[in-house]
Write a protein that binds this ligand. Structure first.
Ligand code: KIV
Ligand code: ZN
Length: 388
């Protein structure tokens, strides 16, 4: 039977940490409401202690969202946890998400703590957070560069202290799909308690493998995935929500998993984020890029016009677009050209089409894109026939 995977959206926290992507209170609330429409399971609304603006956003999102868990990030420090709780306590389903680094490199240079101190502190802070909130997520920052034995022991201790979700982040986007699969499998084998709670993964995209790593971790038993709209986030970003969800959707046959996301809200969510931040996605971005459902070459256009599935593995409608795009350019063939003439309302004879097509090809060699106005100009110039 297909397994449900929970979608934890961190656009408003890790995503917002990306240069140029900061949002004001109204924009964050607007985005949170769109995430609720998208039907994600968890919205990480912010890092409440980071600034008074962050605190207010987390609090207002907690008040306004009804159908998703609302989480606030907190370091494993009492003042962070107090502040996180002060902000998320208004949520119908609040979560405190606390974290501490567990790799040798982070413990030595950043925390200046020994592993045993880190473990004690983590347990202590989970107990502290548990006084406030039932739902506690614990993240082992830089997990993929941490010792798996140490992680398994630490996870068992924090689970016994009350953690409900264990997050295994690839903080610096360092791992690969095979390695991450084995890493999660090993930790699950070494831990006595990990399978009693949700196992989450949080992958960064430094080597361009965040989505692949996330799906490998799901295969190894992860039950929650952390991601952002358009893949925004620190440095090269986080795993892109739309890519993970559409991979689940399109390859249900292979992955045998599902999630609650309403895929028809994907495009709207992506566009809203770009409009708010002013950061556009690249045209060839999977799922939400301008060209993701566009066809220019004659062979592809002919194929799609005959039978869509020849070159489309998902429908544009499934992500909330009204249709695919036939881009007319120098690679386009007569089929697509004729199709566009019909859509524009021209009924031409074979000879007229051939003449117009020849002129279109000449123009396409000089111009990057051919617009409807260009076609209309060709027809009018020849005064072949007027639209019906
Ligand atoms: O990348 C990371 O490790 C994080 C944690 C705070 C979850 O964002
Ligand atoms: Zn992160």
């Amino acid at each position: 039977m297909a397994r449900q995977i929970k979608i934890f959206d961190t656009t408003l926290r890790d995503g917002e940490q990306s240069p140029g992507c900061s949002m004001n209170l109204q924009e964050k609330i607007q985005m949170a409401r769109q995430l609720e429409l998208l039907k994600v399971d968890v919205i990480e609304a912010g890092f409440a202690i980071a600034s008074s603006g962050d605190f207010t956003s987390v609090r207002e999102i907690a008040k306004s969202i009804k159908n998703c868990t609302v989480a606030s990030l907190a370091r494993a420090l009492p003042k962070d946890i107090d502040t996180a709780w002060e902000a998320v306590k208004y949520a119908k389903k609040p979560r405190i998400h606390t974290f501490i680094a567990t790799s040798d490199i982070h413990m030595k240079y950043k925390l200046k703590m020994r592993p045993e101190e880190v473990l004690e502190n983590a347990v202590h802070m989970v107990r502290y957070a548990k006084k406030y909130c039932e739902d506690i997520e614990f993240s082992a920052e830089d997990a993929t560069r941490s010792n798996p034995e140490f992680l398994a022991r630490l996870f068992d201790c924090v689970i016994k202290a009350g953690v409900t979700v264990i997050n295994i982040p690839d903080t610096v986007g360092y791992t690969t799909p095979d390695e991450f699969y084995n890493f999660i499998t090993t930790i699950r084998e070494k831990s006595d308690y990990l399978d009693k709670v949700d196992i989450s993964v949080h992958c960064h995209n430094d080597l361009g493998m965040a989505v692949a790593n996330t799906l490998a971790a799901v295969k190894a038993g992860a039950t929650q995935v952390e991601c952002t709209i358009n893949g925004i986030g620190e440095r090269a970003g986080n795993a892109a929500l739309e890519e993970i969800v559409m991979a689940m959707h399109t390859r249900k046959d292979l992955l045998d998993i599902y999630c609650n996301v309403d895929t028809k809200q994907i495009m709207r969510s992506s566009k809203l984020l770009s409009t708010i931040t002013g950061v556009q996605v690249q045209p060839n971005k999977a799922i939400v890029g301008n060209n993701a459902f566009a066809h220019e070459s004659g062979i592809h256009q002919h194929g799609v016009l005959e039978e869509r599935t020849t070159y489309e593995i998902m429908t544009p409608e499934s992500i909330g677009l009204s249709q695919n795009k036939m881009v007319l350019g120098k690679h386009s063939g007569r089929h697509a050209f004729e199709d566009r003439l019909k859509a524009l309302g021209y009924a031409l004879s074979k000879e007229e089409i051939m003449k117009a097509f020849q002129q279109f090809k000449e123009l396409a060699d000089k111009k990057k894109m051919i617009y409807d106005e260009d076609i209309e100009a060709i027809i009018t110039r020849n005064t072949i026939i007027y639209p019906e």
